[in-house]
Design a protein. Sequence first.
Length: 329
Amino acid sequence: MTTTATRPPRSARQHQIVGLSAAFGIGMLVAVQSRLNGELGHVLGDGVAAALISFGTGLLILLIGTALVPRIRTSLANVWRAIRTPMRGHGGLRWWQCIGGVAGAFLVATQSITVSVIGVAVFTVAGVAGQAVSSLVVDRLGFGPAGPQPYTTLRFVGAVMALAAVVLAVSSQLSHPDGLLLAVLPALAGVGSAVQQAINGRVARTASPDAYGAVAAGVVNFLVGFVALLVVFLADLVLRGAPQHLPSEPWLYFGGACGVIFISAAAAVVRVVGVFVLGLGTIAGQLIASLFIDLFVPAADKAVTFPVVAGTVLALVAVVVAAVPNLRR
């Protein structure tokens, strides 16, 4: 007779499933943010200004939350103490592990610059290419709070399938190389996203083991990203002049709110599933959401083709394959 002591821990498996589901939702929010910021950048005629507005609104939301919730301020104080005394407790946090917002700023800037030209779907699959490979390497090097994660056959197969999904999804665009050249930017942003998720997870763990730690990691992320974008915007202002008038549509300013949710959620989820599975779950959510966005509210005059649909399905299979080792634990 099987006793309770010999049964596999159901809670750990449930945590993995919940974490993977959350990663899927995070990816959908990234796709929505891409659409919003891409349209904002198109209206302003300045992708950097649009990215600055997105990060600025997100930072404002988080600062209001910090002012109202003492436990967020306590979590931020823990991060500051850990940076000042990296060799004594608090997980040995280093200052460079708090600059994930730079990668986030680059991602938002590429959304604002490229989406109105290449569409959400192509933007997403280009970012997937960088994120799929980068997250596998980042997990192996132990950048995330879960520590080094070994290469396994299923993880490697999952990464290869994710890359194959990207190639399949953009295959119909190969006869139009201009858009694909512009897709290099989101591919680089995808590489940075994996690093950003890993180090934000470390910041969240250092700040607090509960949800307040994830919010504190979001504050650090948005503050760093906003400062980086502000410097770039001021240089852009000198070189090219002011952007066009601000749009009157209120929905174009919700990109920052989307970022607050998925950055904080990712900082919490990465502690459960690791960088690689979080990355693939995010990829699946992005691909499906971007497919529907380009079908119903396209940002560019790009028809949704069969290869894009097939690539989306293949990416979903890749997520399942890569997540199997975690779900078996």
